[in-house]
Design a binder for this molecule. Sequence first.
Ligand code: 9PG
Length: 699
Amino acid sequence: MKKIFLLCAYIFGGYFAFGQEKELKTANVFLSCTENISIPYTIETENSVNATIYRLKIQLPDSVHWKEMRLEWEYPYHVKDESIPKQDLNNISDKFFVNGFQSWTESRERNAAEKIPDLSKIAKPLMGMYGDYHFAQTKHQKGEIWGWNYGYIRQETDKMLLFASLNETKGYTQITFDVINHKIILRKELEKAVWKKGDYVAMEILVANGKDKECFDAYFEKGKFPKSTLSPQTGWTSWYNYYTNISQSIIMENVAAFAKEKTPIQYVQIDDGWQEGVGDWLRVNEKFPLGMRYLAQAIHCQNYQAGLWLAPFICERNSEIFRNHSHWILKDEKGRKVKAGFNPGWSGEFYALDFYNPEVRTYLKGVFQTILEEWEFDMVKLDFLYGVAIIPQKGKSRGEVMAEAMQFLRECCGEKKILGCGVPLNAAMLTTDFCRIGPDIGLKWGTMLKLFHNREGISTEYGIQNATFRHQLNGHGFLNDPDVYNLRSKNNKLTQNQKYTLYLTNQIFGGLCFTSDNISEYTAAEMHLYNAQFPFLAKNILSVYPLGQHIQCTKFQIGEYKYLTISNLSKEVVSFAFPEGNTPYVYFDSAQNRPIILHSPAGAAENISLAPYETRLFLQKSNEKIAVLYDNIHLFAGSEIEKVEISANNEVKISFLPNVKNSGTIWLLVPTAGTYLFHNKEVMAEKMGDWGFLLKLTE
Ligand code: 9PG
């Protein structure tokens, strides 16, 4: 069959806003398939305030094989400062965000001069399947920045130009920012896909321009990604402390520790290590003598919900499935078993299951029936899901297989909760309740895997980046799971600052916030820090911006309270001028054991210095006459306080929201000097510059 380019046409005029300019909108559509037919197409546009949707509609007079296919769309794009010579990528200030292939893939804003890393040759046979290394059509070169499903260009701190595919059910959309050739390429991944005769919306792309929230709101609304009805949740998972060395007694011990402290978490989730072999989900190993139903019940007895890990679309070499049901394993065109990766913690190589084999589906339905109905688990963490769609199958693209497989899982689980993991995010947006949006965190900061350029490897550093740069997805379709934080000192090599930075990052951006610590082993200080997260409240992210290369700032709100965190993500001490000098912010000075107000509306901003990996939290000073200046009861001072009242006789009454776990000190700013009464004790207000008078109240 001849491969011909059927169409290459300039289409539609008009304007779309980019940065400050209006630019003539011209786009190229490239359509080609292996059949010698012409494919008529039309383009429909739909405008709203901040966004335009472009729909590429095609009519297939016959069925087509997109074998050597091209279904591509190009947009012209110019860097902000067009005077920069084309090849001088280092001087381009535009930032490019591209969404990595799946949950674990590191994703962040990048510079034009960065290359998307390619997995090293030696690692490809073992880890190549985790990502897009085996099928993405691109060059790993500077100035060519690509990812999947959505991506944006940031030319100004608080504005973006967002490109997002609204429909991925027929195939993934690869988005490439080709800085050198001044274009943005939107390509459907359709290797080996066959489309029957008929009418299709082949691509549906949203282009939004404006503030982050406006752009993402347009994306979620037009993409029909439902707002999650769940409030953010907390819990525990066994993985990042015990790994596969779990047992019934370890789970019971941790449940007892939470019960003893009456910790108001929602989930206790048992991770990998309970099953006989990966794939053998109906065979519980001998470390769980009373079975899984017993544990789910024990968890329920303490009013927690029970979660269980499994990887439904893979099986390891050392599994009953591999030995006795080899026809369940997915085969490639040459009849070879499709490998889904290599895990030294299991029996080495593991394989993908053939999701289109009815026996596999029947088996999986039975597995879910057992886990959810018989054993009564409330939630399943479904992992290594990318495995189902490593190769295209049955005339369906990888993306189509992935979308169908996720739909199938949703049907199997009914109303029970799904935490997706190792999954392309778009397929999870319509089918899961929670989804991992970053790699596994480690018990130290960096990762050895950087050597292999593995974008899906274990890394605390990448975990923090992903939590930050994929934060917009939280609460649309699924709640973001940034992976766990650990505060313990035993079996944890993170420094104090690193632990706190990871903890705060997860607390601010996470919709599902788990630890793996055995809280019965905490020191008093660790327990106080852990309990300081309660009540765990929804955060409204206002803005995220960098200060130089390694400093990350986040502004967010909880109820009426507004906060700013500044994180030093480098191993050096950093000093900088406080970036928000126009507004009064309060931080806690531990040396002086009191809150300090920073404010420099006219003069030079105060200098801030942060230790390696340190995060500092600032609370915006309220304008109320009586204001909580700071407290050490909650991680986010003030958010746990429901009401402060001062009666005519200067008696102070403070009421708290439910689930406050710590007691401590509250520093209250009051307008008048004098003696106050708190819990029947007299407290003198101390003058605090021109701000008013400070009351130190101990609960
Ligand atoms: C359980 C873990 C945890 C974790 C998941 C996932 O390539 N590998 O060897 C590899 C091992 C573990 C892993 C990812 C890759 O982590 O993200 O939270 O559930 O599985 O095995």
